[in-house]
Ligand binder design. Structure first.
Ligand code: GH3
Ligand code: MG
Ligand code: MG
Ligand code: MG
Length: 314
């Protein structure tokens, strides 16, 4: 008896490995009043394929973080207007940056001072002048670890899609971008039809397979720039930036048809499943906020359920 390969699961795994191999360059923020040294470190890291910005005004750090979301901060401890450790404590007050690695750079080589500084929210301490190779490997290592942790925190293990909290955060972010750029964008809510019956007839494991196949097909049928999340058990959210409801409907209609054509097998029995989809459109200038968009997508999805399921409603 040979267990059949779980192909959708394998594809998800492979995609995760590929994503890691093609990891985007580390985005580094240097905060240091010593302009010359900061530029030296910047060039060093650029040569090691990283993207590096320097911020000379520490009071602009929150604005900078909101707009650029770097992977790591290298922070000078001694600056004229503010101490590095105070700045780190301020950054740590924001939930979204709890996991953002902060490394202090300092001429301070007194172990007691280093210990005190580390108690204020940073992850490591490098004494200037930092040897080139040491700086680069410390930064690469910290970023890669924090990306792994972030992935664990935000990715759903069954589907590889964003988890509930992460997709909600993404809705707010995409909405903010659309508003700023005056662009149209769409939120879609998807819910598998009569899924309880799938579980009841074929068991939870087969149910999980159906859920994973939604994710695999979404990845295939949607655009690379669309953001995909598993909102709950068998409910999904799709964010389609720069896309109006007509285009969104076309893409999701195509997805819906492909999904109903999939054939699942359980103990020689074959079955298929369907999905109901609701779309809400954000128009530039409208006062609809991110929460309202999601509520509207949910309402449209319920209309799809009420009017017969297996359909896309705007
Ligand atoms: P409807 O067409 O109205 O959506 O009917 P439904 O049966 O799909 O109803 P509903 O969406 O409320 O059902 C959700 C069911 O999905 C309930 C729960 O047993 C099942 N479920 C939720 N999470 C999981 C999961 O992770 N794996 C499996 N196998 N089943 C799940
Ligand atoms: Mg200084
Ligand atoms: Mg449901
Ligand atoms: Mg359902």
């Amino acid at each position: 008896f040979v267990k059949p390969l779980d192909i959708p699961r394998l594809i998800t795994r492979l995609e995760q490995v590929t994503a890691r191999l093609h990891a985007p360059p580390e985005r580094v923020l240097i905060i240091d009043d010593d302009e010359l040294l900061a530029r030296y470190y910047q060039q060093l890291m650029i040569n090691a394929n990283m993207q590096v910005d320097i911020l000379h005004e520490p009071d602009r750090v929150i604005d900078y973080l909101l707009q650029n979301s770097p992977d790591i901060i290298l922070m000078d401890l001694q600056m004229p207007d503010i101490e590095g450790q105070t700045l780190a404590a301020v950054i740590r007050q924001y939930d979204q940056w709890v996991g953002l690695p902060i490394i202090y750079l300092s001429a301070e080589d007194d172990p007691d001072h280093q210990a005190t500084a580390l108690n204020h929210g940073a992850d490591d301490f490098l004494v200037k002048p930092v040897p080139d190779q040491h700086l680069i490997s410390a930064v690469k290592h910290k970023v890669s670890r924090s990306r792994q942790l972030l992935e664990l925190m935000t990715k759903d293990s069954l589907t590889g899609l964003l988890k509930h909290a992460a997709i909600k955060e993404s809705i707010r972010r995409e909405w903010g971008i659309a508003k700023r750029k005056s662009e149209i964008f769409c939120v879609a809510m998807l819910d598998i039809d009569h899924f309880k019956q799938v579980n009841d007839r074929f068991g939870h494991a087969i149910g999980d397979e159906v859920i994973a196949s939604v994710a695999t097909l979404l990845r295939k049928r949607l655009r690379n720039t669309d953001v995909l999340g598993r909102y709950g058990g068998e409910e999904f959210v799709v964010l389609m930036n720069n896309c109006d409801a007509v285009e969104a409907k076309k893409i999701l209609e195509n997805f819906r048809q492909r999904f109903q054509e999939l054939v699942f097998t359980s103990e020689e029995k074959q079955f298929s499943a369907t999905i109901s989809i609701g779309i809400a459109e954000y128009q530039p200038g409208s006062d609809m906020d991110a929460d309202a968009l999601l509520i509207n997508a949910d309402k449209a999805m319920y209309t799809a359920k009420e009017t017969g399921r297996n359909r896309v409603i705007v």
